[in-house]
Design a binder for this molecule. Structure first.
Ligand code: HEC
Ligand code: HEC
Ligand code: HEC
Ligand code: HEC
Ligand code: HEC
Length: 207
């Protein structure tokens, strides 16, 4: 019969990783029932593994204070865009998640990864991560982000149309030109395709 200490150690050895998996599953499903529903219906891309990257200097897009990888989070681990960008459906500017929301997972997940330790240091010091803005429309343009996200069902507008395949990006970059012609082209095309008007009046975008 094994000694008491051995059994405890063996149990801890098994329970440790299980606790991590359980905690991960919990935070993944915690936010909203809607996110949960999309999570359950999403096709799980178990085949995708984010590549190892050694040459970060050659990546498109601005370098960020933390090397945050969408291909790891949204690609390999299938975390829903809405889990982090909670306001995309309701706000003109959807926003970037706070450091504390990273710690929902990274209190446990990613121990031993130096970049994750840096994230914990920000939280410990109560400092925000000063992300570099990738998209920045001119001030005189009115872009209601939420109207577009909510147009998914009626007009089949999806994140990828405007942001590209974010779940394969190691570092995020501006995918679309964001010029006036680009906005108008889609508005006209959607009107034709779905037989419902999408405004091209100057005043909806400029006021
Ligand atoms: C685990 C959290 C998380 C998930 C999941 C996530 N994002 Fe992000 N996203 C961030 C953070 C943090 C930033 C800011 C850092 C950066 O730009 O890489 C960001 C930045 C962005 C930006 C650029 C914002 C700017 O500065 O203009 C876009 C666009 C974006 N995310 C789209 C998406 C899409 C689309 C998905 C789903 C495929 C997604 N994100 C999933 C956390 C997340
Ligand atoms: C019709 C095009 C379009 C669609 C669809 C779209 N976006 Fe955006 N997104 C933009 C533009 C344009 C900006 C820049 C807005 C600005 O600078 O005011 C932006 C900005 C963002 C930002 C930066 C927010 C900030 O506060 O700085 C995030 C994050 C983002 N989008 C995520 C998403 C996600 C997630 C989806 C899908 C659920 C999505 N977007 C769908 C065009 C789009
Ligand atoms: C829902 C859970 C979850 C959330 C929320 C989350 N992450 Fe992660 N993150 C993960 C997982 C899982 C990994 C992979 C860990 C591993 O490889 O051991 C990871 C990996 C990382 C890595 C290392 C990537 C690499 O190079 O392999 C960094 C850096 C990181 N996350 C930063 C962040 C930041 C910053 C936030 C908040 C904006 C965040 N994470 C939010 C689950 C999450
Ligand atoms: C991928 C397609 C697509 C792109 C690109 C796009 N839009 Fe739209 N936009 C739509 C659709 C579809 C609607 C109508 C949504 C609805 O009525 O439910 C819409 C609606 C709008 C509205 C509201 C119109 C109203 O009648 O109130 C504004 C404002 C707007 N878009 C501005 C912009 C701007 C500014 C850009 C470029 C930076 C842009 N859009 C790029 C598809 C797009
Ligand atoms: C669907 C949205 C949308 C509509 C409708 C729209 N614009 Fe624009 N407009 C934009 C965007 C986005 C820019 C910014 C382009 C940039 O930053 O390069 C812009 C830029 C401009 C500029 C600055 C010069 C330039 O080309 O960069 C002028 C002037 C202008 N628009 C006038 C108009 C007039 C006049 C109308 C009506 C005939 C109109 N716009 C309709 C989205 C729109």
């Amino acid at each position: 019969m094994p000694k008491q200490g051995d059994v405890t150690r063996r149990l801890l050895w098994i329970a440790g990783p299980l606790a991590v998996v359980a905690a991960f599953a919990f935070v993944m499903t915690a936010p909203t029932s809607k996110a949960l529903a999309t999570q359950q219906t999403a096709a799980v891309d178990t085949a995708y593994e984010a590549p190892e990257i050694t040459d970060t200097a050659s990546l498109a897009g601005p370098r960020q204070p933390i090397f945050f990888r969408h291909d790891v989070h949204a690609g390999q681990y299938q975390i829903d865009c809405q889990y982090c960008h909670v306001n995309v459906e309701v706000s003109a500017k959807p926003g970037i998640p706070t450091v504390s929301s990273c710690l929902n997972c990274h209190l446990i997940v990613g121990t031993g990864i130096a970049e994750v330790d840096s994230v914990r240091a920000y939280e410990r010091d109560g400092r925000p991560i000063e992300w570099v803005e990738v998209h920045d429309l001119a001030q005189f343009v009115h872009f209601p982000h939420q109207v577009h996200v909510n147009a998914e069902e009626e007009f089949e507008v999806v994140c990828e149309d405007c942001h590209g395949q974010v779940d394969r990006m190691a570092q995020i970059y501006q995918f679309a030109p964001l010029k006036m012609g680009w906005c108008l082209d889609c508005h006209k095309q959607k009107s034709e395709e779905f037989g419902k008007p999408v405004s091209t009046d100057c005043s909806v975008c400029h006021y």
